[in-house]
Structure formats: C-alpha cells, structure tokens
Design a binder for this molecule. Structure first.
Ligand code: B12
Length: 445
C-alpha cells in the first residue's frame, strides 16, 4: 500500500484494588495488530501496563524471572463513586502518564487508535487512557473493542473520548474500521482468516516478550452459570496442533521465549486429537519450555496419558477449574464430578506433578454461598494433594447467574460495571478481610 495508514494499538491502564501480571497480555488486540500489519498497515503499539518500559528504573532485568510474571508499577488514586466503603486502596496500575504522553508523541500522529479493555470493571482505566490520547491527538478517532465493550456495549458507548464501540471478535470488522476512518481499505492477508491461517499476534511490538500467551482454540462447549465464554465466543474453533507447535517454535527460536501461557477456555477438549498431539510434539522436540494454564483446565479431560504428556512437554503451572467441590449441592458447574476430580488429581501426581505445581480454582463470594461450603471445598482439594486457589466471583451481565448476583449484591450491579469487581466481593453482604484470611488460614493449615 502506498502511504499505508498508521494504526496505533493501545493497551490501557488498569484502575483496580489489586492487579498483578499473571501472564496477562491483551492477546485479542495483538492479534488484530498482527492482522493489520500483514495487510500492509503501519502498526504501532503502546502498552500502558508495560513492566519493562525503558524509562522504568525498577524494571526487572531478567524477563523470565518468576516465569515472566510480576507486579505492575502503581499509584494510588481515589476510589470510584459508590465504592468508598471498601477498606482497600485503589490504584492506577501501569506506566507514568508522562511516559505515556511522550510515547504517544514519539509514535507520531496516528490515523486511528484501537484500544481494548479486558475486564469490564477496568473501564475507568480505559477511559483515562482515551482522555490522554485525545489530549495529545485531538481529532484522532479512538475505537474501543474487547471483552468490556462486548459485554457492556451500552455502557461503553457512554464514555466520552471513545468514538466507536465494537463488539465481538474484531477480525472481520477491523478492515472496515480502517476504511471508515482512513479511506483506505487494507487487503486482508487471508480472505476470512481462520485460526490456522491468521498471522501470529504482534507480540514482537512489545519492548520485551517475557512470555507468550497462546490460544490453541477458542470457545467452550460448557455453559457454566457464572461464565461469559459462550457470549464472547459462541463458535468453537480449534487450531491444528502442528500449527500451534510451529508458533511456539517461532517465539522460542526468534525471541528466546521459554514461558507459554495458554488462554484457552477448553484446552483439553478432545485431547487425543488436539492437546495430546501438541504436548507430544513439544516433548519429542527436546525444546525446554515452561507451559502454564492460568485459565484452568477441565478436570474431566485429564486422562493418565494426557497427564504424562503434559509433564513431558514441560507443563509447570497447572490450574484446574474445580470452582466448587459441593458436587451434589449447587449445580453451577457442569464440568465436573467428585470422582473425576480425585481421578485427575491422582493422574497428575503419578505423572510427577508436585502440590505446588497444581492448583484448583475454588469460587468464593457466589450469591447465597456460605463460607462453610468454601471451606468444605478447600478440604476436598487438599485431601487430593492439590493446592486450593481461591478465586472471588465477578458477576457478568448476560450470564445465567446475573439475576441471582443482582439479587444478592449490596450494590446496584446494573448501574455501573465497577461494582462487578471481584476484589470488592460484590455478592457478599459486606467486604470482609476476615473472610479472606480465614480461607487463607484454612489453605495453609
Ligand atoms: C486469558 C484470560 C485471563 C488471563 C489474563 C487475561 C488478560 N489479558 O488480562 C488470566 C488467567 C490471568 C485471567 C484472570 C482473571 N479473569 Co480472565 N479470562 C481470560 C479469558 C479466558 C480469555 C481472554 C482472551 O485473551 N481471549 C482471547 C482473545 C483473542 O480474545 P479477546 O480479548 O476477546 O479479543 C477479541 C475481541 O474481544 C476483539 N477485540 C479485542 N480488543 C479489541 C479492540 C478493538 C478496537 C476491536 C475492534 C476489537 C477488539 O477482537 C479480538 C480478536 O478476536 C476470558 C474468557 C474469554 N473466553 O474471553 C476470561 C475473562 C476475561 N476473565 C474473567 C475473570 C472474571 C477473571 C478473574 C477475575 C477470575 C478470578 N475470579 O480470579 C481474573 C482477574 C485477573 C486480574 N484481576 O488481573 C471474566 C471477565 C469478567 C469481567 N467482569 O469482565 C472472563 C470473561 C471469563 C468469565 N468468567 O466469563 N483471565
């Protein structure tokens, strides 16, 4: 393309009570950046959450320390209206605003800015980011997409400084967007790209690649009451395991990346024909990698063979989606039964995984849930030789549990997504440090 349009992709700040880089990258936005770059656009990227910013004197010198994870820089800011009762500090996580402004100036005036926002209750950070973009580049259109925009399009449309809100996967619409705002239509690199033909996400636009977020599939066949996966990605799509393996080799070979975090909602679905093949290819290649599944695996899909292959491929962090161990009581999660959990735990132990490597997420703070039920789940998980990991419930508009969450919450959840932040335990009668520390004690005891 002659004079290709300049598209600037921005990952905004997080405003929250707590945030930590647990292998968190804006993968969707970086996929779109890769696609636009391959279609001839000039693409820039600014990550307001960059932990390796060149101006940060405290940036980690070894990106693979803690397998790539680490704390964000932060500064305390006032709490959002309505959350003043929460006895926790609220912060802006990410780079200094002056660094952001000078990065924007250094990038040059873009024709279009694409911004994402992953968690719905992080929108105040996205709003602040958009404000700075508009102050540096008045008149440049800022388009917001991603998970918050998809789940709460009406709310997002009300944000000043956002010119357009896009819902759902952006691959199809992104070319139209560029044409709409720049007058130039980029040529898609692969017609309607599938996961196997799409260009890799443009992770190399980052200052450093401490780890790579991977997707071997999209979507999930289960429709758990608390989860938005089927709203965000109604269709299930799977990549050829050879293609996933090639991408892993690409990042490892070209950038020396050792840590790979899978973002799949259902990585082990039909494992024999997918994940097992990928794991055996990695194992047989002899490449030394550390694999992580922070988004949890379905317990039912862990066979003896899969556990052995996971170990052989270099799986380091295994997280299981147990959610609740009250298998007969609350039927919120259709994935699992007690026996299957114990069986999977046994396979993982036999394969050589230690207690510290395998954790099971237990949801706490569900509407109507009492603390005894969480403690019961903690005991079951510990008895199986696995580490319980408490995950506080974040209510999501459009999910089956939304009405129950609204009824149980001390906040008006409909009025503002900040109230859905799991850090405030929105469906508990009060925020309680005591409750959190009780669970921690029970886990440690
Ligand atoms: C990977 C993941 C994580 C990762 C980190 C993700 C990150 N980048 O920060 C980890 C494991 C750390 C994580 C943690 C949590 N997560 Co999570 N996570 C996901 C997951 C599985 C995938 C997100 C993803 O990257 N998808 C893949 C990419 C390719 O898709 P995408 O981002 O949607 O991008 C596409 C479109 O949105 C669009 N798009 C994106 N940006 C833009 C921009 C423009 C301009 C356009 C046009 C389009 C566009 O195009 C993209 C390509 O198709 C989602 C579920 C899901 N299926 O989406 C849950 C999800 C986002 N998580 C969720 C939750 C609740 C959590 C936790 C709170 C869980 C807990 N209780 O502890 C924690 C909170 C973490 C924290 N406070 O830091 C909720 C969100 C709830 C909410 N209220 O917003 C989700 C939706 C799961 C659910 N329960 O339904 N999570």
């Amino acid at each position: 393309m002659k004079n290709p349009p300049f598209i600037l992709c921005v990952n905004p700040w997080i405003h929250d009570f707590a945030a930590y880089d647990f292998w968190a990258r804006p993968l969707g936005l970086l996929y779109l950046a890769g696609l636009l770059r391959a279609s001839g656009c000039r693409v820039g990227y600014i990550d307001c959450l960059d932990r390796f910013h060149p101006r940060d004197k405290h940036r980690p010198c070894d990106p693979s320390f803690r397998c790539g994870r680490g704390p964000y820089k932060k500064i305390h800011i006032p709490k959002p209206r309505g959350l003043e009762d929460v006895p926790r500090r609220y912060s802006r996580y990410g780079i200094d605003p002056q660094w952001f402004e000078s990065d924007l100036n250094a990038a040059g005036r873009p024709d279009l800015v694409l911004m994402t926002c992953v968690m719905a209750y992080w929108y105040p950070g996205a709003a602040e980011t958009a404000g700075i973009i508009k102050s540096v580049y008045p008149g440049v259109p800022v388009v917001l997409g991603g998970i918050y925009a998809t789940l709460y399009p009406h709310h997002a449309s009300g944000l000043i400084n956002i010119d357009e809100v896009v819902t759902g996967p952006g691959e199809q619409y992104v070319f139209e967007l560029v044409e709409k705002y720049t007058g130039l239509r980029p040529a898609a690199p692969c017609g309607s790209c599938s996961m196997d033909t799409a260009p890799y996400p443009a992770l190399d636009l980052q200052n450093i690649i401490p780890y790579v977020p991977m997707l071997a599939s999209r979507g999930c066949p289960f429709s758990c009451d608390y989860c938005a996966s089927s709203i965000l990605q109604p269709e299930i799509e799977r990549r050829d395991p050879r293609n996933v393996f090639e991408e892993i080799l690409f990042w490892h070979g070209s950038f020396g990346v050792k840590d790979f975090a899978f973002y799949d909602d259902a990585l082990l679905l039909d494992a024999q024909n997918h994940a097992d093949i990928l794991f055996s290819m990695i194992r047989d290649s002899g490449v030394k990698l550390r694999l992580h599944t922070p988004n949890a695996l379905h317990v039912r899909n862990i066979s003896r063979n899969t556990a052995v292959l996971m170990r052989g491929a270099g799986m380091k962090t295994v997280r299981l989606g147990l959610e609740t161990a009250e298998f007969k009581g609350r039927e919120i999660d259709r994935k699992i039964r007690a026996q299957e959990f114990e069986q999977a735990a046994a396979y993982l132990r036999e394969a050589g995984f230690s207690r510290n490597e395998v954790g099971a997420y237990l949801l706490a703070g569900l509407p109507g849930q009492d603390q005894a039920s969480v403690e019961f789940s903690i005991n079951i998980v510990k008895a199986a030789g696995i580490m319980p990991v408490i995950a506080y419930y974040s209510p999501i508009y459009g999910t089956k549990m939304w009405d129950a969450a609204k009824a149980a919450s001390r906040y008006d959840l409909e009025s503002d997504p900040v109230f859905t932040n799991n850090a405030v335990m929105p469906c508990q009668p009060v925020f309680s440090w005591e409750l959190a520390s009780r669970f921690k004690k029970r886990i440690r005891s």
